[in-house]
Design a protein around this ligand. Structure first.
Ligand code: NDP
Ligand code: 2IT
Length: 446
């Protein structure tokens, strides 16, 4: 390892103990940035990298609520306000039992670079709770969301910090939180994105992360004179991002072979077509059931406790969670002929997996570039809220498509190596960094 990276990371680890995901995210970025900063010493003198890795503010709070049995439950709420150099803090809320400070700090850190890549004026933030929505009634979810927002509403606002969804937070949760914010603050305002279409939401926001990821993959393939048409794809997860990844892949003529959840994956060699996808959407978004039911319903194989990376494919779209692709999974993908990995999830590939992709020179779109379409359309939702004027589906989709093409261009600009291979991870890290760093320099030592 570069000794300068090693030195920097030693300090990060001392200052942020027991936060392995945060260390992983900072390390991956500093491997690209430290050599770049050496060539641009003004950033070094201003300690931009040290400042960017230190959250501007962290809010941690108690979230008490009552379950349907009349028992009191206590969860922990967080909001990491990471960086506001180029706009209000912006980023999702995650409700999942694994949520802790380190995971949210990694997500907030990634968000700073991602939001900068979109070209829209958004800083970086992330939040959430260790609340587990699985198995909870709508009323329990509502009471939890109301309690969570009763504290969070003191710290956010349309020009301060604008949360949205992430794992475990979709339209239902955003609705309950928006209602509580409005009630306490007596303001109808664009304080959350991912809102319902009748009350300030943007068309295409639900689709945006998945669609954006597929647009990004198509751009990567174009650099090799190829397209998604006729290609086979494996997708992990079966939530918001996975569902709309499948929809766009189908529209572009690819065949999707798998979907998963935390219990296992289904393999459908005939392809998950639009009709089967409609079943998945009803299963996951309304009945809130398990993906194993897909296998029973359509008579295909279900692999309990496994991830789909051993299935032969041309392209892989990890869309569930962090570190879901390990080195041996990456090796299996490559062995089976996979030529593209485009990340719908945040940091789904372990450092060992990334090493394999880069060594094998495959097309590798890292999450902060490939999944930026979600937050980009959140930014467009903020614009529409400010104008008090909604755009059509076509208008938003066209803007999303253009933003993904521009992000791809930025990665090519900063990531093309001698010999022509595009290292998208380097491109995304440097491309996302420059605007934030220049804004921080201009604003003084704050
Ligand atoms: P959802 O809650 O809608 O879906 C999450 C999916 O991933 C579910 O199928 C879930 O299975 C699975 N999953 C979650 N945690 C784990 C785990 N620890 N192990 C295995 N499977 C898991 O979330 P999203 O689709 O919104 O988010 C998916 C990923 O995309 C996350 O990494 C998120 O940060 C990222 N992302 C989301 C954006 C958005 O706009 N929503 C934007 C950019 C990135 P189960 O139901 O069994 O838990
Ligand atoms: O990781 C992400 O980019 C998101 N969960 C979406 C954030 C947002 O503000 O729309």
């Amino acid at each position: 390892m570069d000794p300068r990276v090693e030195q920097f990371m030693a300090k990060i680890k001392v200052k942020n103990p027991a936060e392995p995901e945060f260390h992983q995210a900072v390390m991956e970025v500093s491997e690209s940035l430290i050599p770049f900063i050496e060539e641009n010493p003004r950033y070094k003198f201003a300690k931009i990298l040290e400042r960017i890795a230190e959250p501007e503010r962290i809010i941690i709070f108690r979230v008490p609520w009552m379950n349907d049995k009349g028992e009191v439950e206590v969860n922990r709420g967080f909001r990491i306000e990471m960086n506001s150099a180029i706009g209000p803090y912006k980023g999702g809320l995650r409700f999942h039992p694994t949520v802790n400070l380190g995971i949210l700090k990694f997500l907030a850190f990634e968000q700073v670079f991602k939001n900068s890549l979109t070209t829209l004026p958004m800083g970086g933030g992330k939040g959430g709770s260790d609340f587990d929505p699985k198995g909870k009634s709508d009323n329990e979810v509502m009471r939890f969301c109301q309690s969570f927002m009763t504290e969070l509403c003191k710290h956010i606002g349309p020009n301060t910090d604008v949360p949205a969804g992430d794992i475990g937070v979709g339209g239902r949760e955003i609705g309950y939180m928006f209602g509580q914010y409005k009630r306490i603050r007596n303001e109808f305002t664009g304080v959350l994105t991912g809102k319902g279409i009748e009350w300030g939401g943007s068309l295409i926001r639900p689709e945006a992360t998945g669609y954006g990821n597929v647009y990004f993959a198509e751009e990567m393939l174009k650099t090799r004179g190829e397209s998604l048409k006729g290609k086979t794809a494996v997708v992990s997860g079966s939530g918001n991002v996975a569902q709309f990844t499948v929809q766009k892949l189908n529209q572009l003529g690819a065949k999707v072979l798998t979907l998963s959840d935390s219990a296992g994956f289904v393999y459908d060699p005939a392809g998950i077509d639009d009709e089967k996808l409609a079943y998945v959407m009803e299963l996951k978004n309304i009945r809130r059931g398990r993906i194993s039911e897909y296998a029973e319903n359509f008579g295909v194989e279900y692999f309990e406790g496994q991830r789909p990376w051993n299935i032969k494919c041309d392209a892989a779209f990890p869309s569930a969670t962090e570190n879901e692709v390990q080195k041996e999974d990456a090796l299996a993908l490559i062995k089976n002929g996979c030529k593209l990995v485009s990340e719908g999830a945040n940091m789904p590939s372990s450092p060992g997996a990334i090493e394999v992709y880069l060594r094998e020179r495959i097309l590798y779109g890292p999450g902060k570039a490939a999944n930026a379409g979600g937050v980009a359309v959140s930014g467009l939702e903020m614009t529409q809220n400010s104008m008090r004027l909604p755009w059509s589906r076509e208008e938003v989709d066209t803007r999303l498509h253009t933003i993904m093409q521009n992000i791809h261009q930025t990665c090519v600009k900063y990531g093309t190596e001698n010999g022509g291979y595009v290292n998208y991870i380097k491109g995304a890290n440097i491309g996302g960094f420059v605007k934030v760093a220049d804004a921080m320099m201009a604003q003084g030592i704050v």
